[in-house]
Design a protein. Sequence first.
Length: 72
Amino acid sequence: MIRHLPNLISALRLLAAPFAAWLILEGHDIAALLIFAAAGASDGLDGFIARRWGVTSAFGAWLDPIADKLLM
């Protein structure tokens, strides 16, 4: 399970981006801020897990920056 955890966290961050954008457009600024804060924390967490337990992958190396860019 731990082998796929960093990719799962990155995928959830990827899915959070459109949700955060929708929250901003609907005027739910505090909720959007919380989503962005959680996404930022998850970015550090997935990187830590991948490096700590050596579960890096080619897919994760592609997915993580895409999720980061989409949140921008």
